[in-house]
Write a protein that binds this ligand. Structure first.
Ligand code: ADP
Ligand code: MG
Length: 346
């Protein structure tokens, strides 16, 4: 009798795309630019699907949500201004659409006709008592004149003056507490659908005294939200694609060097030593530690162009919970233990 073949479980990967994935530094963000950028990134993601990964994709939205706020501000005399939660939802829809359509076209070109793609409008719960609400720090949207800033401040909006450039709105950036749609995302991803979720770190909602959820003016760091989601859906690997190939120690110094592997313990030590810039690499490392200490197995931080090499263990920075995990765990994701040392930056 023929031996029954045991079906191997597909690994579940959560891939977080950097904020500049669709509008790169120096670009204006025309639709042509965004479509080309989408094509480039989805080709990498399709490779992952071919390598048999189930996939959840998250993404930043910095340039896009900034543009949405500029649009509502510029058109405020014609159509009503919309709050930040709506602007984030708009970017989840429009960026999700661009990525989704590019993925579908790529699957079609590669004759992978059974692939399904879905963008999920994702809400993330925050705590109204989070200290971030007392001290908004995250600048968003357009620069405005002092007169307009005064008008906005009368409505309770917090504005700060940026020397030489005008006034700008600052919003709280609270910690994510729960991804509301996590179970649906996990179910769909495990059944092989490619899910685009938690765009821009998710739409911030809080629980009202009567138990209902309501949108709130805040933005959630996309790396922290992605880590929560990765943890909540039980992702086997959490991959952060950004614009550097590796995490560096002594970054921006002549003595800078790339890290191939580190444990959470080492990562915490490097944080204390000040190797990671707040607002860029620091939240990625904090997100990494959150995910790994919550049961996650491995984090890879690298650039999109190095994704395939990183999955083979030849590129990127790999972060694991403990020393003994530095060997790639067999069974779920195959990674060779060879990691070439790279002293090159970017
Ligand atoms: P993303 O949109 O991918 O979140 P960020 O700009 O927030 O991009 O984060 C990536 C940036 O982090 C890199 O371009 C780099 O300038 C910066 N960075 C700060 N500290 C480090 C470090 N220690 N190693 C590598 N990159 C770092
Ligand atoms: Mg960032």
């Amino acid at each position: 009798m023929a031996k029954a073949k045991r079906k191997k479980k597909k690994p579940l990967a959560l891939v977080a795309l950097g904020g500049n994935v669709l509008i790169q530094l120096g670009q204006r963000g025309t639709i042509g630019e965004q479509e080309l950028n989408a094509l480039e990134i989805v080709q990498r993601l399709v490779t992952m699907v071919k390598l048999n990964y189930n996939l959840v994709i998250t993404h930043g939205n910095g340039p896009q949500v900034g543009n949405m706020l500029i649009r509502t501000e510029a058109a405020r005399k014609t159509v009503p201004v919309q709050p930040l939660d709506i602007c984030v939802a708009w970017t989840q829809g429009s960026m999700g659409y661009l990525l989704q359509n590019a993925l579908l076209n790529e699957f079609w070109k590669q004759e992978m006709h059974d692939k399904r793609v879905l963008t999920m409008i994702t809400e993330v719960l925050v705590d109204r008592k989070d200290p971030a609400f007392k001290k908004p720090t995250k600048p968003v949207g357009p620069f405005v004149t002092k007169a307009r800033a005064n008008e906005l401040m009368k409505t309770g909006i917090k504005m700060v003056e940026v020397a030489g450039r005008g006034w700008r709105r600052v919003v709280p950036s609270p910690k994510p507490q729960r991804v509301i749609q996590r179970r649906t995302i996990r179910e769909l991803a495990l059944s092989g659908k490619i899910i685009i979720a938690a765009g821009g770190g998710g739409i911030s909602v809080y629980t009202k005294p009567n138990g209902e959820w309501e949108g709130i003016d805040a933005v959630i760091d996309k790396d922290l939200a992605s880590a929560w989601l990765a943890k909540e859906i039980g992702a086997d690997v959490f991959i952060i694609l950004t614009d550097v190939g590796q995490v560096y120690l002594n970054y921006d110094k002549p003595s800078a060097y790339g890290v191939e592997r580190m444990t959470t313990h080492e990562a915490k030590k490097y944080i204390r030593e000040g190797h990671f810039a707040p607002g860029s690499m620091l939240p990625k490392i904090q997100a990494t530690i959150n995910y790994l200490s919550g049961g996650g197995k491995r984090v890879i931080i690298t650039r999109a162009g190095l994704l395939e090499a990183a999955l083979e263990g030849r590129a990127g920075t790999h972060i694991v919970p403990r020393k003994e995990d530095k060997k790639w765990p067999t069974g779920t994701i195959r990674i060779s233990s060879r990691l070439k040392s790279s002293k090159r930056k970017k």
